[in-house]
Design a binder for this molecule. Sequence first.
Ligand code: PGA
Ligand code: ZN
Length: 424
Amino acid sequence: MARILNVHARKVWDSRGRPTVEAEVSVKGAGKGAVGRAIAPAGASTGSGEAKSIDARKAVHAINTEIRSFLVGKDLNQETLDHALIAMDGTADKSRLGGNAIVAVSLAIAHAAAAAAKKPLWQYLAGKRPVCMPVPQIQIFGGGAHAHGSMDVQDFMVICSGAGSFAEALEWTAEVYKAAGARLARRGALRGVADEGGYWPAFKSNEEALVELTGAISDAGHEPGADIGIALDIAATQLWRDGRYHLALEKRALSAEQLHAMLLGWIERYPIVSIEDPFAEHHTEAMASFTRTAGGRIQIVGDDFFVTNEKKLVEGKAQGACNTVLLKPNQAGTLTETLACWRAAQDAGYGAIVSARSGETEDVSIVHLAVGWGVPQLKVGSFARSERMAKWNEGLRIEEALGGTKLPFPARKLFRRGATGRPK
Ligand code: PGA
Ligand code: ZN
């Protein structure tokens, strides 16, 4: 097994121009040795149970002092080292060394191990297991905390459920993204792009975004529902205040029951195949009730609700809340904990989506995690801005390495063709 020679961190900058931390782990193995590098991302609509990021300079300092002195000379074993980092931090939320410091190091360890084995990370993680490309969820309109509340709903996305390959899903998305931009421009409703690259529209209601997105799918020559479905991230924790869900754009506040009814109406009228965080993170009963009603027809995803936490996933399953989990390595803090959550999801019969954050960089690790771990879906934001495109383009490289478009692509299996789909 390769041994760690050095650990080094530096402050770098993310896609919102905010400081973050980059870690490098160099190893001595057979031959010349190798280096693994990773950068911590950052969320804006964070769940309260997430690993806590600390000031980037302090995170850099923690890596270059305490973490470095512990890791140098150790064998490169992901699970052992991740557990050691958790114990060294000593807090429940990783706030002493910093969730950002720990996730950057944990990911850099994985990259170093793959480099020492002279394999791409996805292949190193997959081992002998057969893999295929994840189905992308791609944002077309961005709102919520990513666009100063331009819309209450955070993500209006597409899932190209009829596409035959990852490459074809991106082709179709490019067409929809262009068509959506053209529609907005014609109406004078285009304000710019939000944090994840989706259009920042001047709409009068959240439902208008659904009308426009369905129209853009048709304009691009695809059949809404059959070829391309709509996925939403309500990010409802952000809307919850004083006992109600506030739709600021529409100047109204809803009870959980009213929000439930509104979402069901949307599922009836639009080709929605997936809804993430339909209720606030503490609203387990509302989440379970919505899952009972709609979970047989669509994918219901817990992001802030599960915060990539194995224990919360198991509890959520027992309560009947959601049927899919979003996996964000920096919510958990280490790769080992992220993988444990994915394994718990598989045991529970839940679907899973590996996801980026709204604050990202050129780091493409999460694409490798999705492929290498066999997670069937991937969400990295929109179809613009290089911190997003870097990840889609990495997916194209991996698909090519896997044998191109001849391989089975799970979209058709995951989402039944039709007005609404349900993950199998
Ligand atoms: P965040 O948004 O990175 O700001 O949390 C992404 C999401 O909610 O899925
Ligand atoms: Zn989310």
